[in-house]
Design a protein. Structure first.
Length: 290
């Protein structure tokens, strides 16, 4: 009776106060680009930026990549002092470079050096897509070429992780020349008996995919990585055909013989250390060091 007399009370949604909104730290959560689930950033970082639900491989910075692979305190950086100038006097280029250096803490779009992976000494280059989209400028090419030359001189393997949007338009033909420079360095390294492993990550496109990224003795890629030269839309307009949905993915490249293996990020260190052990001087077997 009393219920009928007073009727149903309306329910109102409560709006959080401005104070309550600020109680949640900014940048605490991260949405997966694959399954769109939301995770704590710390949880995602602990999982090496791989989604625990759908295995989507999110981008790693250069130093996150290095920390995930190298033995602790073993990495020594090379050529950190090299900084890009503005050879073609491109408008606002120097200002954009300055902003990228402040944002990323890097001097350029690639970090090179040497270190050990499970005790195996290697030379290393890792591109960072957060710096000018990992574009291939003259300093990027120079650092990679120098790293390959150092690997040859030291008689150690060379591993490169690529992540790039291609040539850097602000440097025009000077950017394209890096394809030749790095390819010649790899040729000399190969003739000297050097081992090169290339790992393509999302995205590896343009002149990078057409040069040093594809010239490894072993060419690997992370799952779902975009790998290709020209853009999908340009190709479709040129050939006037609809391309497959998985076109230019790592899995598509593997299926068509352009890759040796697609390697999950959690397995990558083990795969690399196994290769390094197989190719070490003296021909020791896996069992001899186990």
């Amino acid at each position: 009776m009393l219920k009928d007399f007073f009727g149903k009370r309306k329910k109102y949604a409560s709006i959080p106060s401005e104070q309550a909104k600020t109680d949640v730290p900014e940048g605490l959560m991260q949405k997966c680009k694959g399954c769109h689930k939301i995770y704590y950033k710390k949880e995602m970082k602990k999982n090496v930026n791989v989604c625990p639900n759908c295995n989507y491989h999110h981008t790693l910075t250069a130093w996150e990549r290095i920390d995930s692979l190298f033995d602790e305190n073993s990495f020594q950086e090379w050529d950190k002092q090299l900084i890009t100038s503005n050879p073609l006097d491109f408008p606002d280029y120097e200002e954009k470079m300055k902003k990228d250096r402040e944002k990323t803490g890097l001097n350029e779009g690639v970090v090179t050096g040497e270190g050990t992976i499970e005790g195996h000494r290697v030379a290393f280059a890792v591109m960072d897509s957060t710096f000018r989209m990992g574009s291939m400028g003259s300093v990027v090419g120079e650092k990679i070429a120098r790293a390959i030359e150092n690997a040859k001189d030291e008689s150690i393997p060379f591993i490169i992780f690529t992540a790039s949007g291609g040539a850097r338009m602000q440097e025009g033909v000077l950017s394209l020349m890096q394809m030749t420079k790095t390819s010649i360095a790899i040729k000399r390294f190969s003739e000297a008996g050097g081992l090169m492993v290339s790992v393509m990550t999302h995205p590896t496109t343009g002149g990078v995919s057409a040069s040093f990224a594809s010239l490894g003795d072993y060419n690997f890629a992370e799952p779902g990585a975009l790998i290709g030269f020209a853009g999908r839309r340009i190709i479709e307009q040129t050939i006037r055909e609809k391309l497959p949905d998985d076109f230019q993915t790592a899995e598509f490249q593997l299926k068509h013989g352009q890759l040796d293996k697609v390697v999950h990020r959690h397995q990558l260190k083990h795969v690399l250390s196994t290769l390094l052990q197989l190719h070490q001087k003296g021909g020791k077997s896996l069992e001899s060091n186990s």
